[in-house]
Design a protein around this ligand. Structure first.
Ligand code: G6P
Length: 357
């Protein structure tokens, strides 16, 4: 029990360390000078040469790359995310001006290291976004940005994902024209908002209502799609229950066949009127099949009468909403696994760091 600081599991402790983790991710890096963002640690080589970005990562870190690539595309930077183990086989062209970003908590994942080596061999500029100073990924790359989540013991990644999200959002913001006051203000407020989610979350009650389900489905659109994937991954890793994440719009193209009154659907209902309306129409489709609906939202009134359960998050900059919604999904997975009496910190068959390809 040493090191758990009174928590039953390292995973719960690490979930509760997220206010501090997200604060550390930007400390001393984002300065507010006339409303400009200066990401001081951001590699200048990358800033000057950047024509396109290719992200590589595995597991939870891969979902962070999906989110990072979407943010960069919104900033007008062509960006793609690859599962690291597929990067070599997909023979991705790396012309001049390609920066390959390896996102890896440990910095030791063999698949990610292999992809970064391929990229280096092809002449790309490489950047490691990692939690471990001096890790193999940091040494393999031309530059490294550390996410500063602090040590993560639980096999299932939690706070390192939040730190990756914040780091990638800050990089995306810095790459724009460097002026994004609303983002700066939201970054400043984020630790307190994460704390608010932790203090007020009813995920434990929702887990009690839903435990014993046949399967759990997670749906989201836009920036919430990677969160849906991560929510499902967390659920399957630590509960051993069947869980899958989908883009909300894909549900009707197959997964809907699996939906019954024994398959809760967790819907990420955020992202502006257009996305919310479309997601709510997908929610109505599962509701008509009797599925219990959990809405994770910053607008509880908007899901009134549609959702059976609501997991609320405060409003923030659209880049950062996925940090808050993900905390609710971590807690939902944690409490479900707890009710099932699973060995939460060390799930069967899984390793914290996978050093074979
Ligand atoms: C393993 C862990 C996951 C992690 C993945 C990538 O599969 O169990 O939690 O997301 O490796 O690890 P990395 O250290 O590269 O982020």
């Amino acid at each position: 029990d040493v090191g758990k600081s009174g928590y039953d599991h390292f995973m719960l402790k690490e979930i509760y360390e997220q206010p501090q983790a997200v604060r550390q991710a930007t400390r001393g890096r984002v300065s507010e000078l006339d409303g400009t963002i200066e990401l001081t640690a951001f590699p200048t080589a990358m800033r000057n040469e950047l024509d396109r970005v290719q992200f590589v990562g595995c597991g939870t870190s891969y979902y962070a790359t999906r989110y990072g690539a979407a943010l960069l595309r919104e900033r007008g930077v062509p960006a793609q995310a690859f599962v690291a183990s597929e990067y070599g086989t997909e023979r991705v062209p790396t012309e001049d001006g390609t920066v390959v970003v390896g996102v890896t908590q440990s910095g030791e994942t063999a698949d990610t290291l292999a992809a970064l080596r391929d990229a280096n061999g092809a002449g790309a500029t490489t950047l490691a976004v990692t939690n471990v100073v001096g890790s193999s990924a940091a040494r393999e790359c031309d530059a490294a940005v550390y996410v500063r989540a602090g040590p993560e013991i639980s096999v299932a990644a939690t706070k390192s994902f939040a730190s990756q999200q914040v780091t990638l959002a800050t990089i995306a913001s810095a790459l724009a024209d460097g002026t994004d006051r609303p983002f700066l203000e939201s970054i400043r407020d984020l630790p307190a908002q994460v704390q608010r989610v932790l203090d007020r979350s009813n995920a434990r009650d929702v887990a009690e209502e839903l435990v014993g389900a046949d399967a759990y489905f997670f749906i989201g659109r836009g920036y919430q799609h990677p969160v849906a994937l991560e929510g499902a991954l967390k659920m399957k890793e630590i509960t051993y229950e069947h869980a899958e994440g989908f883009p909300a719009g894909e549900l009707k193209h197959g997964p809907l066949a699996l939906v019954t009154d024994r398959t809760p659907v967790v819907a990420l209902v955020t992202g502006g009127d257009d996305l919310v309306e479309k997601t709510l129409s997908n929610v109505r489709e599962v509701e008509a099949r009797g599925a219990p609906v959990v809405a994770v939202t910053d607008d509880p009134d908007g899901v009134d009468g549609v959702a059976d359960h609501v997991l609320e998050v405060p409003e923030t900059h659209r880049y950062l909403v996925p940090v808050l919604t993900n905390v609710q999904l971590q807690l939902l997975a944690y409490w479900t696994a707890n009710l099932l009496d699973r060995p939460i910190d060390k799930p069967r068959n899984l390793a914290k760091s996978v050093t074979v390809e």
